[in-house]
Design a binder for this molecule. Structure first.
Ligand code: SF4
Length: 362
């Protein structure tokens, strides 16, 4: 008999890629070979590349190319440039990547402007080398460690910048290894990840030592049509409660906040549902991160090609321009809308989730 916690989380079907492209070097790593074994057991077609390039005959038609790439997982070795940790404001001191890409289909996906080429999800075989980077950066944080309000978190490492690690966990086991690593590490450090998935069963029994914060990335169910391939929001909240009861620190990443008609009622309902899911958790340590919807000209072009006809508003004339730190442009809600949103969330969170700390608003 599986444990009750596992039964409660199996209603979310894990992603099964159509194929796994395997680079030669990745097979030199035990973790890489374990990923191949997991994929084989799930009936995934294994395509060994014979070298370290990812070669596949992608369809010429852009829609079909997108669809085939999204059905493809690639097993690669992360080069030093991808293993080098980078500051990742405002979330964490350092970004640690276990993978790059995501199998879901969100109309607003923030990866659209960041990654190039067909959206294949790449998972990394050389996990020991990735873990080796963490101690080198201990005590050198420049984001949360420099914040008076957040320095108590220790050196923070964020694992969900370029992927949704829980979406891939049944195929990789990488997140489990990272949680175990940080849990056993006698250091003032904290692992963070956020997810739109609900398959938390493998995490519930881990010796995490209270040093991992899992956040559920959520939006009201009425926006579910913008989040294809993810777990239902109700399941994400329910499993967040399970994780909190297993002693993890938890959080809500409310992102992206969408100021569509009826947003006040929709987000009030979401916060009430979150409060119900977390009710009665002993020692609840809850944070909230608030990220409004934005896009860049580059991400809009990619998303328009991936999701033509999406009802998500991405009209630059309805937004104001803001400069990014790399002197690019992003389109954000006008100041009046931002103020209304921010006041609403600060008020509602204080009333509905009084134990929560808001980490940042952007
Ligand atoms: Fe992008 Fe996150 Fe959606 Fe994946 S779950 S498609 S990373 S927004």
């Amino acid at each position: 008999m599986p444990p009750a916690a596992a039964l409660a989380t199996t209603d979310v079907k894990p992603w099964t890629p159509r194929r796994l492209l395997v680079t030669r070097s990745s097979l030199g790593w035990e973790h890489g070979r374990a990923i191949v074994a997991r994929a084989t057991a799930l009936g995934v077609e294994i395509i060994e590349q014979g070298n370290d390039r990812l070669a596949f005959a992608w369809p010429d038609d852009p829609r079909r190319r997108y669809a085939e790439a999204k059905r493809t997982l690639a097993l690669v070795v992360a080069p030093p440039s991808k293993r080098r940790l980078q500051p990742i404001a405002p979330s964490a001191d350092w970004r640690v990547d276990l993978a790059e890409g995501c199998p879901a289909h969100c109309s607003y996906c923030y990866l659209a402007g960041s990654l190039t080429g067909p959206p294949v999800t790449r998972v990394y075989a050389n996990l020991p080398e990735i873990l080796d980077e963490l101690p080198r950066h201990l005590g050198q944080g420049r984001v949360t460690s420099r914040s008076r309000a957040r320095a108590g978190e220790g050196t923070t490492y964020e694992a969900s910048c370029y992927t949704d690690p829980l979406a891939l966990e049944h195929l990789t086991g990488s997140l489990t290894a990272l949680i175990d690593y940080v849990g056993a590490w006698e250091a003032d450090a904290q692992l963070r990840f956020t997810t739109k998935f609900a398959a938390v069963a493998p995490l519930l029994e881990l010796a995490h030592g209270g040093k991992t914060r899992m956040r559920a990335s959520v939006n009201p169910a009425r926006f579910a049509r913008f989040e294809g391939g993810t777990s239902p929001v109700a399941a994400r909240l329910r499993t967040l409660g399970q994780v909190a009861r297993a002693g993890y620190k938890v959080g809500l990443t409310i992102a992206p906040i969408i100021a569509a008609e009826g947003w006040e009622q929709a987000y009030a309902g979401l916060l009430a549902d979150a409060a119900a899911a977390l009710a009665g958790v002993d020692g609840l340590d809850l944070t909230v991160e608030l990220i409004t919807h934005r896009f860049t000209p580059g991400s809009k072009a990619v998303l328009d090609s991936w999701y033509p006809g999406s009802a998500l508003e991405m009209d630059p004339t309805a937004r104001v321009e803001k400069r990014t730190k790399f002197r690019g442009v992003k389109h954000v809600y006008p100041a009046e809308t931002m103020t209304a949103l921010r006041r609403f969330f600060e008020r509602e969170i204080a009333a509905t989730l009084p134990a929560a700390r808001i980490l940042y608003w952007t």
